[in-house]
Design a protein around this ligand. Sequence first.
Ligand SMILES: Cc1cc2nc3c(=O)[nH]c(=O)nc-3n(C[C@H](O)[C@H](O)[C@H](O)COP(=O)(O)OP(=O)(O)OC[C@H]3O[C@@H](n4cnc5c(N)ncnc54)[C@H](O)[C@@H]3O)c2cc1C
Length: 461
Amino acid sequence: MDTNLPKTSQPRIVIVGCGFAGLRLAKDLAKLPVQVVVIDRNNYHNFQPLLYQVATGGLEADSIAYPIRKIFAGQHNFYYRMTDVERVEPAQNLVKTNIGDIHYDHLVLATGSLTNFFGLDSIEQNAMQIKSVPNALNLRSYLFQNFEKAILTEDPTQRQALMNVVVVGGGPTGVEICGSLAEMRKDVLPKDYPELDLKQMEIYLVESGAEVLGPMSKFAQEKGKKYLEEKGIHIRLNTHAQRYEDGRLYYSETEFIRTQNLIWAAGVNGAALDGLPEEVVARNKRVNVDTRNRILGLRNVYAIGDVANMITEEMPRGYPMLAPVAIQQAEQLAENLGRLLKGEEMQPFQYTNKGSMAIVGRNRAVVDLPGDLHFGGFLGWLTWLFVHLMTLVGFRNKAVTLVGWAISYFSSDKALRLIIRPFNRHDFNEHQLQTKAAEQKAATAEYIPSVAAPEAPVVGG
Ligand SMILES: Cc1cc2nc3c(=O)[nH]c(=O)nc-3n(C[C@H](O)[C@H](O)[C@H](O)COP(=O)(O)OP(=O)(O)OC[C@H]3O[C@@H](n4cnc5c(N)ncnc54)[C@H](O)[C@@H]3O)c2cc1C
């Protein structure tokens, strides 16, 4: 198959992934005399920090995703191909995709991360994750399906399990989902399900560490925990999820929580691609790079964002997997590729920490800013809303999100709770879908359109 990329005398820079890092890099290369080829399996850029709002019915999927071709309309050196990169062949300067091979002069991996289940197979096969738009929509669908089932059952234990939600992972994602679920329980579910006793619905946050919001300040950890407790979330610290069987999440040999709604937000690995030298892929599947984001030992291959493992004195365990790191590494690499073309020295990456924040629902958020500045409450909430609104891609998305939030705020309601199609949890997770796609591919030995491969089909918003 031919990828139909125009031949050019200019250097071709291939970027795999159009998340925060790939998007910024491709934009910043607009003025360089290069051909920019962006490859992504999805034809949209996905704003992951707001996925949990899609999962809990607060926002439509279309508000947090934006078509890649539309973002780059008018950028003359830009080409996009929607496909899955299967492996890289650095010795031949090639990436292997399911639409054919693509040659590069410079290759940038911006493939992000994948959910890490720490080898807990029973959890991987059954838990819901929240890494993509299809994940979020399916999660929403699944929660509401279980509420429909809860109405039908006569068995109180079964009903409780259908209504209980367990979120594993007390980082910002887990905390934000819990806050949003607690608001759903208070404001939305009693109106929709008057036949159910919502007091029976319990929300648990299970965290293996000694605190929630581990990467944030002590202030944020304590305030965040207090906000969650005020919302009636059961927080289980120093608790290790071990296995999930028969609708029970075990955290020791014998102790368990009954739930049909298990959400896994406990960790991610880098999304390293096959074909890289083994020694450059770290245990957490991030790719070792130097301070110029060059993959160690390779001449013209780079990694940026979540997938890049840049170890420095400042960050001995690598930079955190955060959007600002991805964006800043992309900006530095664009500048460095410009320098390279002019025969100048590349400059090292320097991170400007712009702070971090987490929202725990209406009027409640915690914010850490550089310079040991911490605040929470209404001001924190406003700051969170403003920053997220401003970083959304596209005017339409900003406007739709603002209007949606305003309506939810004043009506204490979330409009989006359609179950567009019945959803089976066993089709849920990406690992299973990837395995299924690989099996299918092996069976047919033919081209499989990439849209079907890594993720469940999107159900409507
Ligand atoms: C639920 C959630 C909440 C978050 N909240 C925050 C937050 O509040 N603040 C914050 O700073 N960060 C947050 N993050 C982290 C932040 O989203 C990431 O750090 C950021 O997305 C990293 O950007 P990236 O470009 O490296 O990767 P990504 O944004 O993940 O982009 C990777 C892209 O590569 C594509 N891709 C991957 N492999 C292939 C392949 N083989 N072939 C083709 N395409 C491929 C994917 O489709 C994707 O578009 C959150 C993450 C999640 C999941």
